[in-house]
Design a binder for this molecule. Structure first.
Ligand code: PLP
Length: 393
């Protein structure tokens, strides 16, 4: 018999993908402009102009054999050095090229890191709501994912977190700005998470790693401060992706950064290289490695996302919805007016609004609205949201 766990993963689509696929069919039926698809986190803002110009230059001016050839397994040295230098300049860290491992986006960064750190039976803690694939990636690395609740503002609940730590806990995944809530964890919360881990280590000798999943690091509004985990906790690994910050999700490019202040940083980096090898994830796309080197520091124009957030937040609040106003990413977390978020999402569908119930993100009674759509779509969808709100009055 073949591996039934993987048969199961292959056969069961995520709720998000289900709704997205439904949306494609529905758009074919009634016209694209009549379906308000807020299901997927596919960036709607184009990449910065430099991405296009540098790509054209790379293709027209570089020896194609070198450009498209294999790089070192962990990524081209000059690219890794450029990433390390960029991080050092921005966050006062001291990464070297050998702290960085180039990957096919955050999903690969997470899979490699979890496989590098976990032994069979280890536990990984994250905070609900969380990106549902964490459960799949953790299980595949031999571990179990445990979700700890957040408070009403969707900041991690530190008391519950401290109580959830056991001798089996190997790592904590934090994701800020968060998918699906859009919330940026405060510096106070980050410090408290680190303090709880230090205390646990002092009491038990158990060293727990923080894995910071940061595809939305640059997508913040109004100068919200996103603490860089390496400045707070030494046993840490950053899983980064350019999917959202440069609107390049289909190109599959990101990196892992291992904190070289960690007690066993060399061993962690070796394990990252080993897990990359064992998973067949060596040599991230060579063309996009070179592109990244040329556009480091550039980000998409986040003002469009901010405009969408402001418009949607204000409108939904005025219709009577309970909205968590987020400081980052491009998601809005909205309380379902009835207790069952699935039923609410179904009723929204009758108004051609495609929104995602948050049960699979580990929180009941909420829906996620991905507002990475055009401002025109937001505007056109508002009467449908109003009609939906009226049904609950
Ligand atoms: N982590 C989070 C929180 C995400 O939202 C996503 C994608 O939406 C990923 C990881 C995966 O990112 P990538 O497409 O770069 O693999």
């Amino acid at each position: 018999m073949i591996n039934q766990t993987n048969v199961n993963y292959g056969k069961t689509r995520s709720v998000i993908r289900d709704i997205f696929e439904y949306g494609k069919l529905r758009k074919a039926e009634i016209g694209e402009e009549n379906v308000f698809d807020f299901s997927l986190g596919n960036p709607s803002v184009p990449s910065p102009e430099e991405v296009r110009t540098e790509l054209i230059k790379l293709i027209s001016e570089t020896d194609p054999v070198a450009l498209h050839g294999y790089t070192s397994a962990q990524g081209d040295f000059s690219v890794r050095k450029a990433v390390a230098d960029d991080l050092n300049a921005r966050f006062k860290t001291n990464f070297t090229a050998d702290s960085i491992y180039m990957t096919c986006g955050a999903a690969a960064s997470l899979c490699i890191t979890l496989n590098a750190l976990l032994n069979a039976g280890d536990e990984v803690i994250t905070f609900a709501p969380f990106f549902p694939e964490y459960a799949v990636f953790t299980a595949n690395a031999g571990g179990t994912l445990k979700a700890v609740e957040c408070d009403k503002n969707f900041q991690p609940d530190i008391e519950k977190f401290a109580a959830a730590l056991t001798e089996k806990t190997k790592a904590v995944i934090i994701n800020s700005p968060n998918n699906p809530s859009g919330v940026v964890y405060t510096e106070r919360v980050i410090k408290s998470v680190c303090a709880a881990l230090e205390k646990h280590k002092k009491n038990t000798g158990n060293r727990i790693y923080i894995i910071s999943d940061e595809p939305y690091r640059e997508l913040v509004f109004g100068g919200a401060y996103v603490p860089f985990i390496m400045n707070y906790y030494s046993e840490s690994v950053v899983c980064y992706s350019f999917s959202k910050s440069l609107s390049l999700p289909g190109e599959r490019i990101g990196y892992i950064a291992v904190n070289n202040a960690a007690e066993d940083s060399k061993e962690i980096y070796a394990a990252v290289c080993g897990a990359g090898r064992a998973l067949g994830y060596v040599c991230a796309p060579a063309l996009f490695q070179q592109l990244i080197k040329r556009v480091l520091g550039k980000t998409v124009d986040v003002s469009v996302y901010k405009m969408n957030r402001d418009r949607l937040c204000a409108a939904l609040t005025s219709y009577g919805f309970d909205v968590v106003k987020p400081d980052g990413a491009f998601y809005l977390f909205v309380k379902s007016p009835g207790p069952d978020a699935n039923a609410f999402a179904e009723r929204a569908r009758a108004h051609e609004l495609l929104i995602v119930p948050a049960d699979s993100f580990g929180v009941k009674g909420y829906v996620r609205i991905s507002y990475c759509v055009s401002p025109h779509t937001i505007e056109k969808s508002l009467p449908a949201f109003k009609a939906l709100a009226d049904e609950y009055k």
